[in-house]
Design a protein around this ligand. Structure first.
Ligand code: G
Ligand code: G
Ligand code: MN
Ligand code: NA
Length: 254
């Protein structure tokens, strides 16, 4: 309950900050995108991990205003980097199930883009597999609405939720993100290696771009390269960076 109360103040006090984790194309080794990941700089408790406060924010519905702030802030940063002449990238934002249930979500997304001056093809929205399992018709309508805005959609943590393969058929996600739990041991665990290959094959067959998350070692990278993974995200290339660190990385790709 304490966390919930202080989250309300945190938004107005500017205690939240977005970090950006680069996404790298395996075709040309360039940074083509970044996932926005929220951090909370609490004045007394120091840095609080989203793993701790996002579940509380979801329970208390604070995720709605916080999530809207994330959308606006990510669009502002992406537009500012483009305006500064840096190579254009796609900015990926995580969307919680509750946000998908806001009736005005499409207005919120378009307002975030237009007030930042960001073209829709540079925004990507990540939803988890399990989102598609609840209130299917409503969620499908929202996802189609987001797509009609010209925003990209990706399916996050793929393989860990309830399997929603039939929804992959019903809805054309642009990108599939292979969950890091399968990537972690793929060099030593034949089952994980087989699962990753199967997911990549499935994604490609359905016309999606496939990104592997949690890539930490050269061995994992080599495996993923051979398996024709389109892009990767993980500590091997970079941890999530604050906006100024990320901007530097974009400007100096070597
Ligand atoms: O960055 P980190 O690994 O600490 O993130 C932990 C979890 O918090 C991840 O599951 C991530 O998806 C989630 N998360 C990070 N930022 C956001 C956000 O802006 N919105 C939502 N809904 N989840 C986020
Ligand atoms: O659930 P989601 O995929 O949105 O969250 C991504 C989370 O994974 C973030 O908290 C981010 O900090 C974390 N992450 C990113 N790269 C790596 C990695 O290479 N290894 C591990 N263990 N975690 C990572
Ligand atoms: Mn994500
Ligand atoms: Na994930």
């Amino acid at each position: 309950l304490e966390l919930e109360t202080s989250m309300r103040h945190a938004l107005t006090n500017g205690e939240f900050e977005l970090y950006y984790q680069p996404q790298v194309s395996l075709k040309d080794n360039r940074v083509i995108g970044a996932e926005a990941l929220i951090r909370w700089n609490h004045p007394e408790q120091g840095l609080i991990s989203p793993a701790k406060f996002i579940p509380v924010a979801e329970e208390s519905r604070m995720i709605v205003p916080i999530g809207n702030w994330v959308l606006q802030e990510a669009c502002r940063h992406a537009a500012a980097w483009q305006a500064a002449g840096l190579p254009p990238i796609t900015i990926a934002v995580n969307l919680s199930p509750l946000q998908l249930h806001q009736s005005n979500l499409l207005d919120i997304v378009s307002d975030a883009m237009s007030s930042a001056g960001l073209a829709p093809q540079y925004l990507e929205i990540e939803v988890t597999e399990s989102v598609v399992m609840q209130e299917v018709e409503h969620v499908m309508a929202m996802l189609h609405g987001i797509k009609r805005l010209g925003v990209k959609l990706s399916i996050d943590d793929f393989g860990t939720g309830y399997s929603s393969l039939s929804y992959l058929k019903r809805f054309a996600f642009d990108k599939l993100k292979v969950d890091q739990s399968f990537v972690r041991d793929l060099a030593s665990d034949a089952n994980d290696a087989a699962i990753v290959l199967a997911i990549i094959g499935l994604g490609k067959t359905l016309g999606m771009s496939v990104l592997a998350e949690g890539v930490e070692t050269p061995l994992q990278l080599e495996f993923l390269r051979r398996a024709q993974t389109d892009s990767i995200q993980g500590y091997l290339f970079s941890r999530p960076l604050n906006a100024s660190e990320f901007r530097k990385l974009l400007g100096n790709p070597e």
